[in-house]
Write a protein that binds this ligand. Structure first.
Ligand SMILES: [Fe+2]
Length: 526
């Protein structure tokens, strides 16, 4: 199984045995384990089992991955039930689930100021290799997580899933239960990991199935509590425990449809700046993000790339923090000339340049743009007239035109855009010029449905969208996620869907599959 850089051949036999997240409370650990712990660690005492939020890993490179947990014996209580005191937390990484071959370990100080979160960064791991990890604090052992480093060099194959929009009250996380049993190298979350609302202002059709813990969240304690509540879900914990994740946020991690320093509603700008700062801090505290991503003031560096050998570069984007305010008052608008204003941007200049450089310099076959909102043009008015969603790339037309122009003129091969936000599955081709439906196809966009947001959904299909927008080829309105398999010849996507989420236990099926051939852009039915 030691095949660095060998892509999926590196999987061990245990690959298909998914991990459950039953806590390891009370499990005795032999003195020989956690050999990297420092002697200064004083045993901490907790009011209860501290690893109630599970474990996670993320941001893989070819020799490292971030390991995350947070000490929270009472996750919904103030400060997670933790005292105002720093607690040493040991971690270890092994080649096997039983931790007989420990290859890395260390100790982090979980501080009160960072909500006793831990972001450990082992170095010197092998490329494209599966590892197991766990934490220890005060004699308590965390559940075991499994992770995988990125491959390097020649890479034959890769599988990942992407997800978005997991309104806790709207449904169960059945999709994550199924995802945990998939054979994946990576999970990507493209936003709406939490929702900021109170329990009553945004409800699933037919009503909610569970309640969140408080009011609309505004301050740091609120955001921490909301993240903690979501993280108590066992299916979400299992999906984190089984795979490395690459995450980015959309709007609801802060406030619906916020843009840069502008809130959705009429909140004073200085108050919104504090709100954004609180939201980013809680997001970083609860995600498997690098220490370097720790927010500074009310800014967070979330756009970044991940390299998977010569097969894929993931360009993980941030279309919220640097965007111009939505044109023409936001919403679905007809006759909005301002959407074509060249001064408007969805990425900001620095991120745009970073993306262009990354696309041009990538050594990989596939360019995966992991981002938040619909990129393909979508006229929402059936028949005469046109209207566009001002929160999507349609409201930032010049940003989109520039990107597509760059892809075309610089010969950027095999761009694939993966998107969330709209709580429906869609698939579209990205055209050189959307005014001409026969224009050159440059790449494809796969839009994933929600994990739970809006509840069960339906079997309806918005076929009117296909007539108005012939580059759009697929729509479905059930919950789930999208599984993507890449090799040097093909990108295959499977839309994995559930018939219901408002009660647990729905079986998962593949509703639709597409392939895109390397070097031959455009969606084909699989
Ligand atoms: Fe959403």
């Amino acid at each position: 199984m030691d095949k660095p850089g060998g892509g999926r051949q590196g999987h061990s036999l245990s690959r298909r045995k998914f991990l459950t997240v039953a806590g390891s409370a009370g499990v005795a650990v032999a003195a020989t384990q956690f050999p990297f712990a420092k002697a200064r660690s004083a045993p901490a005492r907790f009011t209860g089992y501290p690893f109630t939020l599970g474990v996670a890993s993320g941001d893989p490179t070819s020799d490292s991955v971030v390991l995350w947990t947070r000490l929270a014996p009472s996750p919904l209580a103030g400060n997670g039930g933790m005292p105002d005191k720093a607690i040493p937390v040991q971690w270890e990484v092994a080649k096997d689930e039983n931790f007989t071959q420990v290859v890395a370990g260390g100790e982090e100080l979980a501080t009160y100021g960072d909500a006793h979160s831990v972001h450990a960064e082992p170095q010197g791991l092998q490329a494209g290799f599966e590892y197991f990890y766990r934490f220890k604090a005060g004699g308590e052992i965390s559940p075991t997580g499994r992770t995988k480093t990125a491959p390097s060099g020649a890479t034959s194959a890769l599988a990942f899933a992407f997800a978005s929009c997991q309104q806790y009250e709207h449904g169960y996380y059945t999709a994550y239960k199924h995802m945990s049993q998939e054979d994946l190298d990576l999970v990507i979350h493209v936003g709406d990991y939490i929702y900021e609302y109170d329990s009553n202002s945004y409800t699933a059709s037919g009503g909610n199935v569970r309640a969140n813990s408080n009011h609309e969240i505004v301050n740091l304690a609120d955001y921490r509590e909301r993240h903690a509540q979501y993280k108590t879900d066992p299916d979400l914990q299992a999906a984190h425990a089984n795979f490395a994740w690459l995450v980015t946020f959309d709007d609801h991690e802060v406030d619906n449809n916020w843009a840069t320093d502008i809130p959705e509603e009429g909140m004073p700008l200085d108050i919104f700046a504090r709100r954004r700062r609180a939201a980013f801090k809680a997001y970083w505290e609860h995600m498997p993000l690098r220490k370097a991503a720790r927010p500074s003031g009310n800014a967070i560096q979330i756009f970044r790339s991940a390299q998977y050998g010569n097969l894929a570069t993931f360009h993980v984007m941030d279309t919220r923090q640097f965007r111009s305010d939505q044109a023409c008052g936001d919403g679905n608008r007809a006759g909005c000339d301002d959407r074509s204003n060249p001064a408007r941007t969805i990425t900001g200049a620095a991120q745009e340049q970073w993306l262009y450089d990354g696309l041009q310099q990538s050594p990989a076959k596939w360019q995966i743009l992991a981002q938040q909102v619909f990129m393909a043009q979508m006229d929402n008015t059936n028949g005469a007239g046109e209207s566009y969603n001002m929160d999507a790339w349609d409201g930032y037309k010049v940003s989109r035109d520039k990107l597509l122009d760059f892809i075309d003129t610089r010969g950027i091969a095999n761009p694939i855009v993966i998107t969330g936000d709209v709580h429906q599955n869609w698939a579209a081709n990205l055209l050189r010029d959307f005014r001409d439906a026969d224009s050159k196809i440059l790449g494809s966009e796969f839009v994933g449905t929600s994990i739970s947001t809006t509840g069960d959904g339906s079997d309806a299909q918005n076929t009117g969208a296909f007539t108005e927008n012939p580059w759009i080829k697929y729509n479905s309105q059930r919950r789930g996620y999208v599984r993507v398999a890449l090799d040097q010849q093909l990108c295959r996507t499977d839309y994995r869907t559930l018939q219901y989420v408002k009660r647990p236990g729905a079986p998962m099926t593949t509703h639709k599959s597409f392939v895109v051939e390397a070097g031959n852009p455009g969606l084909k039915d699989a």
